[in-house]
Design a protein around this ligand. Structure first.
Ligand SMILES: [Zn+2]
Length: 371
């Protein structure tokens, strides 16, 4: 599996280099007028896919052909993302490129054991029952652990009747406020792990460059990172499960709009706190249960009075909403959460519904990234 991963990574980097070179060549030719002006030629996914079987290296022959094709797909997807406004595709280092995918066939699940073409049988600990029809199989490496994930297709569930609904305000701190006034804090151990991370990172910075100690310390840091990632995900899984079980319609503010409006520092704290993850998990769990998740434009939700609708301007530091028009006094975030819930339906254009996660996963440039 390590060898497959390395082969895939090299193919990724080579294909990326090839497309990049062609693009630069086009630029040169245009600049110096070497060729006639006209449509420049590009290397496309199809070109690389057609060329692949003709010039396979001995390493590539050891890898199932569709796995290699999927690598080219990933390169293509990262270019498509670039054309949609995300960053230019990057070369992948050993620590960054960590998965390969069987997109259609070449794998099988027999008596709870995956059999991978060109690799063999592997033992696994199965965390979840498989439902529906298996479509793809992805193998992912996480430092010293390997994961296998299957993407499955299931039938669309019947839509639930909306009897209960809730609006959610996500705060600056790692805290969320519900429109019923409830506040939810992330578990304490998450904070503790983050302290540990700071500690281990300090130790890392003191180690001599390229020393053996430094390498070992880097692994320790990576493992603390992993623990935090897992704890966060665990928290987000539990919270989203609770939300979806309790409410038929869940309304969030659209962070994409919010990030555009507000400053960079705030945007960072939002992504750090893992709000996107919480929203994504809630969204897919809701879709699975036939329930609804909606995203509304957050403009004004913290200023408008949830009782009388008048605008009550206040700085970010003012934590209490106190309305001079109707006398309502409420926690600032609670007021915002109520507004978020009541915005649904009134601003139809801004409300998005359903599984449109893709556009918000700006971090997954490599395309498919298994859970
Ligand atoms: Zn009021």
């Amino acid at each position: 599996m390590n060898r497959t991963l390395t082969t895939c990574r090299h193919l990724y980097n080579d294909s990326l280099a090839e497309r990049k070179r062609k693009a630069e060549l086009n630029e040169l030719e245009r600049t110096f007028g070497i060729i006639q002006w006209g449509e420049p030629e590009w290397i496309e996914y199809e070109d690389q896919q057609n060329a692949l079987p003709l010039m396979k290296t001995s390493y590539q022959k050891e890898v199932f052909s569709q796995v290699l094709q999927n690598v080219l797909k990933r390169v293509d997807r990262s270019f498509q993302n670039f054309f949609r406004g995300f960053g230019y595709p990057r070369f992948q280092g050993r620590n960054r490129y960590n998965s390969f995918t069987y997109p259609q066939k070449g794998f099988e699940l027999k008596d709870g054991k995956p059999i991978l073409s060109k690799i063999g049988n592997i033992k696994i600990i199965q965390h979840r029952e498989i439902e529906g029809k298996i479509k793809t199989c992805t193998i992912k490496k996480d430092i010293d652990q390997w994961y296998v994930s299957f993407a499955c297709e299931i039938d669309e569930p019947a839509l639930a009747e909306i009897k209960t609904e809730i609006g959610i305000d996500v705060g600056l701190s790692s805290l969320i406020t519900l429109s019923n006034g409830e506040k939810i804090e992330p578990p304490k151990f998450l904070r503790e792990s983050e302290d540990k991370l700071t500690h281990e990172q300090k130790r890392l910075s003191r180690k001599r460059l390229r020393s053996k100690n430094r390498k070992q310390q880097a692994i320790i840091v990576a493992k603390v990172h992993r623990r935090i990632r897992n704890q966060r995900k665990d928290f987000a899984h539990k919270l989203s499960r609770e939300l979806v079980d309790t409410y038929d319609r869940i309304v969030f503010e659209d962070l994409q709009i919010k990030n555009m409006v507000q400053n960079h520092h705030l945007a960072k704290s939002i992504s750090d706190a893992g709000w996107y993850q919480l929203m994504n998990l809630t969204e897919y769990k809701a879709a699975y249960a036939g329930k609804f998740v909606e995203f509304v434009n957050p403009a004004g939700t913290s200023q408008i009075c949830s009782s009388c609708g008048n605008s009550v301007q206040k700085e970010l530091s003012v934590r209490v909403h106190s309305c001079p028009f109707c006398g309502l006094v409420l926690d600032r975030d609670h007021n915002a959460a109520i507004n978020i819930l009541s915005t649904v339906g009134t601003t139809g254009i801004n409300a998005r519904q359903g599984l449109s996660i893709e556009s918000r996963c700006s971090g997954t440039l490599r395309g498919f990234s298994p859970e």
